[in-house]
Design a protein around this ligand. Structure first.
Ligand code: MN
Ligand code: MN
Length: 284
C-alpha cells in the first residue's frame, strides 16, 4: 500500500470493524486517449467531502455504516497494478468484507473479478471492451470485458449502455455469445426491464464512467455521446443491491473534468455502500 493524504469521506472505521473496504488504483498506463485516470482516486476522495452522510431516500446515514479506506495500490507497471489489485481484493474477501475499488482505468476489473467465485458480472460501459488485444496488450483497458468473460464464463457477463465498438470485436462477441444491451435499446427498455431476467445470485458490478453521456460526465478517458444518465445508474445499483458482492468504478480522467465526473463517481460509491448495507441488514 502507498501512503495517502486523504481518506474517502466518512470512512472512519478500522479495517477490522469495516463491512466495506475502499481501495484506490491510480493507474492509467494502457489508456489510449485522454490519460489522467491515475489522478482519479484522489479526486473522487476529494469530491466525496461535498456529500451529506444521510441518504434520505434510503433513510440510511453513512455515519452508521462501518467502512474503511485502505489507500492506494502500488501501480508502478501494469503487472504490478494487477498483482496488487488481486492481493488486496483477495485479502478483503478473505476477511468477509465488501470491496469497493476506485480506478484508475478499466484494466483493474479482471484482476479484481478473478478473486470472486460463482459470480455474474454486470458492466456499465459505452464500449464493448471485447478486443482480444489492443496495441499488442491483452490486459489493456480496451480488453477488460473480454478478459472478465474468460475468467467467469461468457454466459456470466452482461454489458449495458454500449454504443462504441470495432466491427471485429462485435463479430467476435456475437460469435462467442457475449450478452450486451446497447445504449438506445437500454433507454427504450428502461433499467428495470433490462435487468429483470438476471438470475445470478452474486453479482459484481463494474461502472466505466463513460457509460454516462458526456454532458453528465465529461471527465473520462474516451467520451462517447448518446449515453445514459446518473439516475439510470442509481436505479441499477438499487435493483442489484441485495445481490452485490463487489464494485468498481473506473475511467474518470480529472484533467478533463469540471469536477462533476469525480463528484458523480463519489456519489455512486456512497449509493452502493448505503443500499448494500441496507439490503444485507434486512437479510439478517
Ligand atoms: Mn471500459
Ligand atoms: Mn468505456
Amino acid at each position: 500500500m502507498e501512503s495517502k493524504d486523504l481518506f474517502f469521506a466518512d470512512a472512519d472505521s478500522s479495517f477490522d470493524k469495516a463491512q466495506f473496504v475502499i481501495l484506490g488504483v491510480p493507474f492509467d498506463g494502457t489508456c489510449s486517449f485522454r490519460k489522467g485516470a491515475r489522478f482519479a482516486p484522489k479526486s473522487i476522495r476529494e469530491e466525496s467531502y461535498n456529500l451529506e452522510t444521510y441518504l434520505f431516500d434510503h433513510d440510511i446515514d453513512l455515519e452508521d455504516v462501518p467502512f474503511h479506506d485502505l489507500g492506494d495500490v502500488k501501480c508502478e507497471s501494469l503487472e504490478n497494478m494487477m498483482g496488487g489489485v488481486g492481493r488486496s481484493v483477495g485479502d478483503i474477501l478473505e476477511k468477509g468484507k465488501f470491496p469497493i475499488i476506485i480506478g484508475g482505468e478499466h484494466s483493474l476489473t479482471p484482476p479484481s473479478v478473478r478473486k470472486f467465485e460463482n459470480v455474474g458480472v454486470i458492466i456499465l460501459d459505452a464500449h464493448l471492451d471485447f478486443r482480444d488485444e489492443y496495441l499488442e496488450e491483452r490486459n489493456s483497458h480496451a480488453c477488460a470485458t473480454r478478459r472478465v468473460s474468460e475468467l467467469v464464463g461468457i454466459e456470466n457477463v452482461l454489458t449495458i449502455g454500449v454504443r462504441s465498438m470495432e466491427k471485429k470485436e462485435k463479430e467476435e462477441g456475437d460469435k462467442l455469445g457475449l450478452k450486451y444491451i446497447d445504449a438506445s435499446k437500454l433507454k427504450k427498455l428502461g433499467i428495470k426491464k433490462a435487468l429483470e431476467n438476471i438470475e445470478w445470485k452474486s453479482i459484481y458490478l463494474s461502472i466505466d464512467m463513460d457509460f454516462f453521456d458526456p454532458s453528465y460526465a465529461p471527465g473520462v478517458g474516451n467520451p462517447e455521446y448518446f449515453g445514459l444518465s446518473p439516475l439510470d445508474a442509481k436505479e441499477c445499483i438499487d435493483i442489484l443491491a441485495p445481490r452485490l458482492v463487489g464494485f468498481d468504478i473506473t475511467e474518470v480522467s480529472p484533467p478533463f473534468d469540471n469536477g462533476n465526473t469525480s463528484s458523480l463517481a463519489a456519489r455512486l460509491i456512497r449509493e452502493v455502500i448505503a443500499v448494500v448495507w441496507k439490503a444485507h441488514k434486512k437479510l439478517k
